[in-house]
Ligand binder design. Structure first.
Ligand SMILES: *[C@@H]1O[C@H](CO)[C@@H](O)[C@H](O)[C@H]1NC(C)=O
Length: 367
């Protein structure tokens, strides 16, 4: 072989190997990407949307609360005199990617003719009203109608045939009046569940009521596996109740037609020592988020219960793991600007505000 031939031979061999390497890489990536894509599709990236920090953004909030017709007084902080505005100006920035900006018209088009239902306590109410405001802000002149029957409230975006609903239930599982008193039934989920069938997207939530005691506790006994108890460790009870919900989803929801989300644990800010500022007392007069990506008090045990139970599902509900990002928002609560409610509310969230970000993540998860 002369040197020219040797040269062409090497070019040929090199080209062959290069092609093999590139195509095998594509093969591996294709296989890696497919499952990742379904779980965290923010901008098509395999992105963890739940770790990050809050950054100032002058283009926020996403809507003007005074022009949203769907906000209850308890979340309408500006209307009830909240003087500061900085809390409206933060955008959630995941470490690994940018959250796509919420596009209400796109959301309405994708979900036209469908039913979306938030199921849970007043934190679900909070997120439901936030989504309605975000959609309304995108099409302010488009006709909406509202209705309420029993535990179910609906906002219908008429031109899109989209119903955004809220089903109020505090525990998801049943409370039944019996001769001995009101019994919280950890194994039974009959009272609301027939209403949840046939909905195209379900976003569940329960936790806050599991901690209630005394006059705020709406049951007298708790029943599990045929045994009746006066009380039970609340995390254990929560885990059992949530497991009943998970089994209901597995048995009744067809994942090819219905998207199932769990809202995750919305944190409260009644103990300022949780964010390392014990003298502050609680969320009252807080005007800025915790800086950075970590919350001094760490993750609450109820959050672990939620991930454990969802982890047992054969087709897990998508966990909107909003705990950390909301923990950082000690400034986001209505505090004393909560309609006519007495006291300081460090549990719900002002609108506009933190639940808008939960809905931005919901939107990103659906892209
Ligand atoms: C919100 O709307 C009200 C009423 O139209 C207006 O007075 C106010 O300036 C608006 N706020 C902002 C921040 O745009």
């Amino acid at each position: 072989m002369d040197s020219k031939k040797i040269y062409s031979y090497f070019v040929l061999v090199f080209t062959f190997f290069a092609f093999t390497i590139i195509s095998s890489d594509a093969y591996v990536q294709g296989h890696k990407k497919a499952p990742g894509r379904r779980r965290t599709p923010a901008n098509g990236l395999n992105c963890d949307m739940f770790h990050g920090s809050w950054v100032y953004d002058d283009s926020y909030p996403l809507y003007n609360s005074s022009t949203c017709p769907f906000i209850d007084p308890e979340f309408d902080c500006k209307k009830y005199g909240r003087p500061d505005e900085l809390y409206l100006k933060y955008r959630w920035k995941p470490n690994a990617c940018e959250l796509p900006r919420f596009n209400g018209q796109d959301f309405l088009m994708r979900w036209r003719g469908k039913k979306i239902m938030f199921v849970g306590d007043s934190l679900s109410l909070n997120q439901w009203q936030s989504l309605n405001c975000m959609l309304h802000a995108a099409v302010p002149n488009s006709k909406t109608s509202t209705s309420r029957t029993g535990s179910l409230a609906t906002v219908r975006f008429e031109e899109y045939g989209l119903s955004v609903m809220y089903y109020r239930t505090t525990y998801l599982v049943d409370i039944v009046g019996e001769p001995i008193g009101r019994v919280l039934k950890l194994d039974s989920i009959d009272s609301g569940s027939s209403t949840w069938l046939g909905v195209d997207m379900l976003i569940f939530n329960t936790w806050h009521w599991w901690t209630h005691t005394g006059n705020g506790q709406p049951w007298d006994f708790v029943e599990s596996e045929g045994q009746v108890y006066k009380d039970m460790d609340r995390l254990v009870a929560f885990s059992k109740g949530l497991t009943t919900w998970a089994k209901w989803v597995e048995a009744n929801v067809d994942p090819s037609t219905t998207k199932v989300f769990f809202q995750g644990i919305s944190p409260t800010h009644y103990l300022a020592k949780d964010w390392g500022e014990p003298k502050a007392g609680n969320c009252n007069k807080q005007t800025q988020p915790v800086i950075g990506s970590t919350y001094p008090a760490g993750s609450p045990p109820e959050q672990a219960v939620v991930s454990n139970v969802i982890g047992t599902m054969s087709r897990p509900a998508y966990l909107l793991d909003i705990t950390l990002l909301s923990q950082l928002r000690k400034d986001g609560h209505p505090s004393t600007y909560s309609g006519d409610h007495p006291g300081v509310d460090c549990s719900h969230w002002c609108l506009a505000g933190v639940p808008d970000t939960w809905n931005q993540i919901l939107y990103a998860a659906l892209l």
